[in-house]
Design a protein around this ligand. Structure first.
Ligand SMILES: Cc1cc2nc3c(=O)[nH]c(=O)nc-3n(C[C@H](O)[C@H](O)[C@H](O)COP(=O)(O)OP(=O)(O)OC[C@H]3O[C@@H](n4cnc5c(N)ncnc54)[C@H](O)[C@@H]3O)c2cc1C
Length: 317
């Protein structure tokens, strides 16, 4: 809930600044959920104090939605894992000190052949690609994370070998309400701007806020944002209550709030008319920032797949 509230408030001003924070939560969840006491003591205090950022690395050039096809490989040699491969589009990459990485440790075992490792910045063999030029959330660093014979101490394995995809999926279950909160904040920020502008912009001798067409747009934007917020808070409370199965609800919050953010931000630009299309005004940024919430931490198509799979499974009980 606290993660959601902070992410929402930051996103109301800037979705990218919020992502520095929320991306750190994403990178930290594997340690919170699966770290042993020693790992938690070593890594969490500095992250909690804001001294260090974290990043989560699963995506690769050929493995996005189909995370099971990752190729990054970790081979155990004595007291270390030797990590090789390239992760793509990693939020906070280069800025973060702590990287939680999903890599294959036993190809023959398929989905049970991946493991999660903690890699610290400064480890030999860890490098970063160039900062990507993006449509939105441009203040957030997105880079490749490149491992070349990167020697990671065996003590940095999270849980057990073979648990990598479970670590990843549970991480997303917990972090998706944060993306949903980012979406609510972006929607609220866009609505704030549109409402303010509608009172100042005069056409036909009246502020455009006096036209019913504009009033109805604002009313729908506010109602949709409030509905998304209610769903996100309910999901966050459910997660905090320790509920065991949260995948469906997390996916619902993410899919609904991000679709609302996109719609509200597009409508906010419409309220601004041609000025909304100009970079001179901040509202177009909200539209560009909103789009990413429908894509990362699993696209909205994938969220709908998850929701439907749960619905069908539940109906068979
Ligand atoms: C700015 C940014 C930051 C990111 N940060 C991180 C990060 O910190 N860590 C990290 O690991 N990754 C990160 N990602 C990666 C992100 O999670 C992936 O981009 C996302 O999961 C989608 O994968 P993809 O881009 O390869 O799309 P693809 O998987 O290639 O999908 C392309 C299209 O096909 C659809 N599709 C694919 N499979 C199905 C299916 N089975 N059913 C229906 N539709 C389907 C998708 O919904 C999408 O519309 C980031 C991405 C971006 C753009």
């Amino acid at each position: 809930m606290e993660l959601c509230l902070a992410t929402e408030e930051l996103s109301r001003a800037c979705g990218a600044i919020a992502l520095g924070f929320a991306g750190t939560a994403l990178g930290t969840y594997p340690i919170l959920l699966y770290g042993n006491d020693e790992q938690k003591k070593r890594f969490l205090p500095d992250i909690a104090k804001g001294k260090k950022l974290a990043a989560f690395c699963i995506t690769e050039a050929e493995a996005g939605s189909d995370a099971g096809s990752i190729k990054t490989h970790a081979k155990r040699e004595g007291d270390h894992y030797i990590l090789n491969g390239t992760k793509q589009w990693i939020t906070n990459a280069g800025e973060a000190d702590v990287y939680t990485v999903i890599a294959i440790t036993d190809k023959a075992k398929g989905a049970r052949g991946a493991s999660a490792l903690i890699v610290e910045k400064g480890t030999k063999g860890l490098e970063f690609g160039k900062k990507e030029k993006k449509l939105g959330i441009r203040a957030s660093a997105t880079r490749e994370v490149i491992f070349t014979d990167c020697k990671v101490p065996k003590e940095n394995l999270l849980s057990k070998e073979g648990m990598g995809f479970i670590v990843a999926m549970k991480t997303f279950d917990n972090s998706r309400p944060g993306v949903a909160a980012q979406a609510v904040g972006i929607a609220q920020g866009a609505l704030d701007l549109a409402l303010d502008y509608s009172k100042k912009r005069v056409q036909f001798g009246s502020p455009i806020s006096s036209f019913q067409a504009i009033q109805h747009m604002l009313a729908d934007m506010a109602t949709q944002t409030e509905a998304a917020r209610a769903l996100v808070y309910a999901t966050a409370r459910m997660v905090d209550s320790g509920a065991k199965t949260i995948s469906k609800e997390s996916a619902m919050a993410k899919v609904y709030a991000s679709d609302v953010a996109m719609k509200v931000a597009v409508d906010a630009v419409q309220v601004f008319g041609g000025y909304g299309y100009m970079r001179d005004y901040p509202v177009e940024k909200f539209m560009r920032d909103a789009k990413i919430t429908q894509i990362y931490e699993g696209t909205n198509q994938i969220q709908r797949n998850i929701i439907a799979a749960h619905l069908i499974k539940e109906s068979l009980r």
